[in-house]
Every structure is written in structure tokens, then in C-alpha cells.
Design a protein around this ligand. Sequence first.
Ligand code: CP
Length: 326
Amino acid sequence: MNLESTTRTHLPFGDKHDSPFYGRDIVSVRQFDEDDLDYIFEVAHEMQAMVARVGTFDLLKGKLLANLFYEPSTRTSSSFTAAMERLGGSVIPINEVRYSSVSKGESLPDTVRTLERYADVIVLRHPDVGASAEAARYASKPIINAGDGVGEHPTQALLDLFTIQEELDAVNGLTVTMVGDLKYGRTVHSLSRLLSKFDVALNLVSPEILRMPAEILEELAESGTPFSEHDALDPVIPATDVLYVTRVQKERFEKEAAYEAVKDAFVVTPATLEAAKKLMIVMHPLPRVNEISMEVDADPRAAYFRQMEYGMYVRMALLAMVLGKA
Ligand code: CP
């Protein structure tokens, strides 16, 4: 795929039940090929233009999204809600499952088979790896994985890739440095897999105990993606085009002491970026704790707040596509 030449022709919106995305689950980035990515980003551009032009419109009027979150979320939950409402649809929010019948012991298969009786699409965040795939086996309506434990976060990776393309005009030829919790951070698992479809080089910077899982390193090697592991950030900063910073995932640690030992291992400050290129970007899936100092926010290279807005356009595109309207 040549992302530089992505076309931005007007896509007539309407019923597209012959679309390859209609009715599909979105469970892993592994399901996307380069044509799919082109198509998603083309529709996301259309969504961006429509939001700028009219704010909200009725493409998904009459459609319902069930937002089923077994783990906390600000961005994913609210951006899917914003996406659905900007498209004229409605949302059933289950952002705190302890107030739902899950607290009475209801299983995931029964919960999704209940919600699909009311809703047209289900966005699911769950602490267990593979939960979205399991839900998809039981549901007949599309399931969108909004994070399955330490597994994947495919819609985040799509918005991350869209951000890189929008900010730097290309993906091929870039050096991407991922820093922080590469073991438990599902966003970097999905993004590594997605970037391996491109001509990129990866620097993987983490404390020893938070290295990228072997399974993902093997996939990078199989795809021919050059990567190297590091325990220091400064040496790789000058060649970096995208600095992707992640939070150390406290909630995944068994022992508090182990978390305390690594939580501040890497902190990006204005001094860190002094050696960086003028044209590069700093990304973060957020939430941030300490790993990027707030002084960095004013640097034009800090793209993490713009990144969130790109996410809404990508999620609007995905909802419209799986519901057969784009
Ligand atoms: N990036 C992300 O998944 O953020 P939330 O946990 O707030 O949804």
C-alpha cells in the first residue's frame, strides 16, 4: 500500500451490504490487509470532512451501539459514543459492569447474546485475552474489540497508524521507537503487528522485565521488519520519526514493589526531545501518568491530543463500515 497516494475522492454514503466489512467483527489487526487499511482511512477522511462541515449527520440514524466495558476507559468508550452520536445513532452505555447482571454471574456469551437483541453492534473491552474472539463466536452482530487484557487493541492501532499518516504524510521509511511497558501494553502489540505490514524500523525500549512478548518479536522477524531492543532511550532518539510512549500498566502487575521499581524508568521531558528531529512526533495512547512531562505538551511535535481526535474519525468509519453504510 502506498499511503502517500491515498485517494480522497468523495465516497457516496449509503447501504453497502456488499462491502467486505459489512457484518464483520474487528478482533485483531491481523485481519486487515493493505487494501483494508486504505479503505478504512479513505472513509475516515470522509468522516473528518463531514464533521468539519456539518458536525453530526444521519448516516446511522436508527442504529444502536452497545458499549460494553468490563475495564475502565475514557477515550475508547467516549470516542465510540461520540462517533455513534455524530453519525446519528444511539448508544447503550455499560461502562461499569458491576451495575449490570455481570455482577450476578452472567457469562460473557450470555451478555453479548442479550445485548445483540437490542443493539446492532457491540464494542467490548474485557480483561481477558481472547474475550472479543469468544464474544464474536456467540454473537451474530459485529463485535469490535476495544481491548482484551494484554492482548490487542485493534481500533487504537488503526487510529495510531492514521495519526502517523496524517502527521508525517507517510508510513514507509519511518523509524518508530516504542518506549515503556511493551509487555503488558496491548496498544503496542497491535501497533507492532500493523506496522509490520510496512517498510518501517522499530526500536523497542523498555525495562528488562517489560520487554515485548516473544510471540510478537517472532512475528516481526517473520515479516522481515527490522527491530532492535534497548534499555536506554537517548541513543535512539536522534533517528526516531515516531516516539510512541506507553504507560506502565500498574493494574497488570502481581506485586506493587515490581511496579514501583519500573514505573518511572522512562520519562520524556523537553530535554529528551532536544536531540530529536524537528519533524517527528510524540504519540501516546493515553492515559498518561508520569511518562511524558506536561512541559512537552506545548511542543508542536506532541501529537497525543491530536491523536485522540483522529481516533473518533477512524471509529466513525469502522462503525459505518461494519453496519454496511460506507
Ligand atoms: N487509549 C485508550 O485505550 O484509552 P482509554 O483506556 O481511556 O480508553
